[in-house]
Design a protein around this ligand. Structure first.
Ligand code: PMP
Length: 400
């Protein structure tokens, strides 16, 4: 009965790893996947995560019972505090409904399905370009995806004018997806002043902000600085949604730990919102897994472990920033034509190099360096050892 089924295309991001794995070259480099690597090119489990796991394993009172549909209560409360700030009025007034979800993707999925069922406007505006999974998640949830201008290839920076124009002409009440920090794939974020202008425009038109926070603390090294955009919107008392992921900032990728928070106008509304979120989650996966959320809760509620986490987090962010500087210097040294200052200006895990798809293909074929077709490279996949090779490849691609 399945013999006529068509072969589905490879996921454009995960497909890069498939091609990389097939390449037998010893000098190959995978800059496609958005996962942190050490200077030695190895995946990293944070010390503080290992410590939390030890505590959990050695605690005989811990059992493997099902969590509630909404997940681990401690984890939800601490996650809301992490993104909105400990002093957030919305939290103090019990206006936030938070549910534990399957990492950032699951939080986006649950949030958008909730909106498709319970919110009057079905159109969601997402930036052009954006993370490749966004349009798929929102469409399958029943929302209608439209784009707002975001990136200016000319300046390799923000097209702020285009962004404001597109949001101005969005229908009243439309949902707007905003990357809280470290925009993926461009690494280009609005300044705080620009965020404030976006906020004013969105509030004046009743546009509903849906923040995707996949890189809190990972962009600048500061958990507070990377949450400024979200906190600006929550401080005005209005509604918003926020999807949080602990994949990058705690290195919990495969544990699938995340949270969806919906900030409401009153505690009464938040209770009803939570009841509807349960109706979304129950038939999807019943309830979320316990292990990863327990790790996060253990770290967030212990001040010593929390402090240790912030130090390890900053070390990851700093290594990425140092890779930017080293790559920029290496291109300067080679006299590679063009302005490469965007490499040090962009923020977060990725650099949107400006290389076109032919150049990307050339670099994979001739230099065994793999990246997504849009020219996005993961700075976390680089090391002092691989940077000269990458700089040679970029130089050859640009001058060849
Ligand atoms: N949003 C953005 C912008 C991302 O870059 C990612 C990870 N690549 C995610 C969400 C979700 O990741 P995860 O589901 O692994 O938390």
């Amino acid at each position: 009965v399945f013999s006529a089924i068509a072969q589905a295309p490879e996921d454009s991001i995960l497909g890069v790893t498939v091609a990389f794995n097939k390449d037998p070259s010893p000098v190959k480099v995978n800059l496609g996947v958005g996962a942190y690597r050490t200077e030695e090119g190895k995946p990293l489990v944070l010390n503080v995560v290992r410590k939390a796991e030890q505590l959990l394993v050695n605690d005989p009172s811990r059992v493997k019972e099902y969590l509630p549909i909404t997940g681990l209560a401690d984890f939800n409360n601490l996650s809301a505090r992490l993104i909105f700030g400990a002093g957030s009025l919305a939290i103090q007034e019990n206006r936030v409904a938070t549910v534990q979800c399957l990492s950032g993707t699951g939080s986006l999925r649950v949030g958008s399905e909730f909106l498709a069922r319970n919110y009057h406007e079905k159109v969601i505006y997402i930036p052009q370009p954006t993370w490749g999974n966004h349009p798929k998640v929102f469409t399958i949830s029943g929302l209608v995806v439209k784009y707002y201008r975001y990136y200016d290839p000319g300046t390799r920076g923000l097209n702020f004018h285009g962004l404001l124009e597109d949001l101005s002409s969005a229908p009243q009440g439309a949902i707007v997806l905003l990357h809280a920090c470290a925009h993926n794939p461009t690494g280009v974020d609005p300044t705080l002043e620009q965020w404030e202008q976006i906020r004013q425009l969105m509030r004046s038109k009743g546009l509903l902000p849906f923040f995707d926070s996949a890189y809190q603390g990972f962009a600048s090294g500061s958990l507070d600085a990377d949450a400024q955009s979200v906190r600006l919107f929550v401080a005005d008392g209005g509604e918003c949604l926020a999807a949080q992921s602990y994949a990058k900032n705690m290195g919990l990728y495969g544990e699938r730990v995340g949270a969806l928070s919906i900030v409401c106008k009153s505690s009464d509304v938040a209770v009803r919102v939570e009841s509807q979120l349960k109706l979304v989650i129950r038939p999807m996966y019943s309830n979320p897994p316990i292990h990863g959320a327990s790790i996060v809760a253990t770290i967030l509620k212990n001040s010593e472990m929390y402090h240790e986490w912030t130090i390890e987090l900053k070390a990851m962010a700093d290594r990425i920033i140092s890779m930017r500087k080293q790559l920029f210097d290496a291109l300067l040294q080679r006299g590679t034509p063009g302005d490469w200052s965007h490499i040090i200006k962009q923020i977060g895990m990725f650099t949107f190099t400006g290389l076109n798809s032919d150049q990307v293909t050339f670099m994979a074929k001739e230099f065994h360096i793999y990246m997504t077709a849009d020219g996005r490279i993961s700075m976390a996949g680089l090391s002092s050892r691989t940077i000269p090779h990458l700089a040679d490849a970029i130089h050859a691609a640009v001058t060849g």
